[in-house]
Design a protein around this ligand. Structure first.
Ligand SMILES: [Mn+2]
Length: 337
């Protein structure tokens, strides 16, 4: 209660200080103004898209780390719609080697897309918890379709150690969690690209890929050809996170309704986030991640957020999910002062 009272009291001052355009219809800004704003949480316990087991427990780990209370403390009304029903690997063989569990993942993504669409239609902000990154195909499809029906495009900010730009033809593993960015751009199996019968879901020149440091050999070429804007770890080191995010947000919000933020926890350095599906050394720091997400909050243009690839089995005392809750809070407007 105290937090909300303080927020109401200092609401005007905060708005002046951040210099935000208050005409933007953004959930956290309405929350700062003391309005009831609703966030709907969608858990996606999907781990068919990769081989290391455990990311299906990511939604539970985030809830156990206090996600719902943290969001309520920021002034939001939180509706947790629980977890989607997703098939488990034991239920069926993986099928085609070049795109394992394709039918099951496509089915899950259609379900996610419809739920995200409905969430937006009912005036909620969608917060999707993974689960492996193949779920992004569904999240992005739902947001894209919702705004397409209203004559608008959407952008995409993809924060990840990997490019996720494989297709079955070039993927070394056949794991679909390495393909969702490509699918959202219209490359890959029709069952992934063609949800709602249109593709691509986002235009490459409104997409930023941030934090990459581990690409498959043929994926490199696919990324270069795709036309998305890429900010590698080297770019972050040389230009600084602030500059990288400024550039990313300006291109992802150009002539469109706003952008989806797809945050793969493996972008973090494994020392900060040991519990992820595919850890890679040399990731972004705690401070860089919070800066990035606070700047995203300040922009007021985030249309949906997903946090994926948290794996409690290889985590240390739920450290990674606790970090995840802090990062989600920053993305939704939590400030130091
Ligand atoms: Mn990823």
């Amino acid at each position: 209660m105290r937090t909300q009272d303080t927020r109401k009291k200092f609401g005007d001052w905060r708005r002046h200080r951040s210099g935000c355009d208050m005409n933007i219809d953004c959930p956290y800004k309405r929350a700062i103004q003391g309005e009831a704003v609703n966030i709907r949480i969608l858990g996606v316990p999907l781990d068919l898209g990769q081989e290391r087991r455990g990311v299906d427990m990511g939604p539970s780990a985030l809830r156990a780390a206090g996600l719902n209370a943290a969001l309520k403390d920021l002034g939001y009304e939180v509706e947790d719609s629980g977890n989607l029903h997703v098939r488990i690997p034991e239920e069926q063989p993986f099928g085609a080697k070049r795109a394992k569990y394709l039918n099951e993942i496509a089915e899950a993504c259609r379900d996610i897309a419809q739920r995200v669409y409905r969430t937006l239609e009912e005036g909620f902000f969608p917060l999707c918890l993974g689960g492996d990154h193949s779920m992004a195909i569904g999240t992005i499809a739902g947001v894209s379709k919702f705004h397409r029906d209203r004559g608008q495009n959407v952008g995409l900010v993809w924060i990840d150690a990997h490019g996720d730009m494989n297709t079955p033809e070039i993927s070394p593993s056949g794991n679909i969690h390495g393909m969702p960015f490509a699918a959202s751009l219209g490359f890959g199996p029709e069952s992934l690209t063609g949800i709602y019968d249109f593709a691509p879901k986002v235009q490459a020149d409104r997409c930023a890929l941030i934090g990459v440091r581990d690409l498959d050999s043929r994926e490199r070429g696919a990324i270069k050809q795709s036309g998305v804007y890429v900010f590698t770890m080297r770019d972050i080191d040389e230009q600084g996170m602030r500059s990288v995010i400024e550039k990313s947000l300006s291109l992802a919000s150009r002539d469109c309704a706003g952008f989806v933020v797809s945050f793969d926890m493996d972008v973090m350095d494994p020392s900060e986030a040991p519990g992820v599906g595919t850890p890679v050394r040399g990731g972004i720091t705690f401070r860089e991640a919070h800066l990035a997400l606070e700047m995203i909050a300040d922009s007021g243009k985030m249309l949906a957020l997903e946090m994926v690839e948290i794996n409690p089995i290889i985590d240390i005392m739920n450290k990674t999910a606790i970090l995840g809750v802090g990062l989600i809070s920053s993305a939704l407007g939590k400030k130091i002062l």
